[in-house]
Design a protein around this ligand. Structure first.
Ligand SMILES: Nc1ncnc2c1ncn2[C@@H]1O[C@H](COP(=O)(O)OP(=O)(O)OP(=O)(O)O)[C@@H](O)[C@H]1O
Ligand SMILES: [Mg+2]
Length: 304
């Protein structure tokens, strides 16, 4: 009975994505949010698509198991190229290879390399799909998605649309090549499924992922917010929440007073420009945020 209930809840689960410029506190916010949801009794997975992930570091785990258990109901998984390649293997790799290798003599590894160069962003596409599958599996009620710094994340979000574009041309190109009829049909069939995967990824990002942007009260970070909102908007992705991290809350020295007044200028600009969003300020702490006890301390600021 408990299982049935858990599965049912999992179906309605949420995915919270944290994105933003490098070093602004995405992983800190993602880890705190994951801890928060797990402590509410939700089975939670924090997942990272950053090539140099830091979730394990922040939670202070050395367990290399994937996913690694942090505490009751809380798991983390840092997805690297290995997982993505396995995913590709499972979904398309062997099948596409079989078609190709029927007329080109090529070993599997070179083939995978070749495909990756043909379709840049293929691995990103599979990362989105990986998270989508995690959600569909119903194993977790809440998924927290910690991403790589801005540029890479935006590229990742564009991938599904880019692949759809590429694949629209593909049938024409492939149908001109002199394949045997069976190979040609198989390729077109695979391409159709690929196109569906891309379309599903866009829908998934748009309908099921809650975008949270993390920033700091500084000039460059403020400027870059414009870009990220524009790009997300172009794809119909809606941002739910903006976190302004590292806000100086105690100004009991000349240094801090100056720093706080600098931040105030950008905080005012943020509140004016993004008044339609839920904005949360996270105080700058005098220590790095690492380990459950410290994450717990900022939880109350993130979830007022
Ligand atoms: N509010 C805060 N007060 C003090 N230190 C903080 C705060 N938020 C984050 N930090 C520290 O700043 C550093 C960067 O934070 P974090 O790793 O969360 O950023 P990130 O955006 O994920 O970085 P990257 O772009 O490299 O993935 C960490 O050492 C973290 O402990
Ligand atoms: Mg990070």
């Amino acid at each position: 009975m408990a299982d049935v209930k858990e599965e049912a809840n999992a179906g309605n689960g949420s995915i919270y994505m944290f994105a933003g410029k490098g070093g602004v506190g995405k992983t800190t916010c993602a880890a705190t949010t994951a801890l928060h949801h797990a402590s509410q009794g939700e089975k939670t997975l924090a997942i990272s698509t950053d090539a140099t992930p830091s979730l394990a570091h922040i939670f202070e785990v050395t367990d290399k198991k994937k996913p690694a258990k942090i505490q009751e109901l809380l798991y983390i998984n840092e997805i690297g190229l290995d997982e993505v390649e396995q995913m590709w293997d499972k979904k398309f790799g062997r099948e596409v290879y079989e078609v190709f290798s029927s007329f080109v003599s090529i070993d599997y590894d070179s083939f995978v390399e070749f495909m990756a160069s043909m379709l840049p962003g293929l691995s990103d596409e599979f990362m989105v799909d990986y998270i989508c599958e995690m959600k569909r599996s119903g194993r977790y009620q809440t998924i927290i998605w910690d991403t790589a710094p801005l540029g890479q994340t935006l590229a990742l979000l564009h991938t599904p649309a880019m692949l759809v574009e590429h694949l629209r041309m593909a049938p024409r190109i492939y149908s001109r090549l002199k394949f045997g009829r069976n190979s040609r049909d198989s390729i077109l069939d695979i391409l159709k499924r690929w196109q569906k995967l891309s379309a599903d990824s866009i829908d998934f990002l748009r309908d099921e992922v809650r975008f949270n942007i993390v920033t700091i009260a500084e000039a460059l970070a403020f400027e870059q917010l414009e870009d990220i909102f524009r790009e997300l908007d172009d794809h119909g992705f809606v941002v739910k929440q903006l976190v302004v991290n590292n806000v100086i809350k105690e100004n009991d020295s000349e240094f801090l007073v100056m720093k706080a007044s600098q931040q105030k200028k950008y905080l005012d600009m943020i509140y004016e420009r993004y008044s339609h969003l839920k904005i949360i300020e996270l105080p700058m702490c005098p220590y790095e945020i690492k380990g459950i006890a410290r994450l717990k301390r900022i939880e109350s600021s993130l979830f007022q």
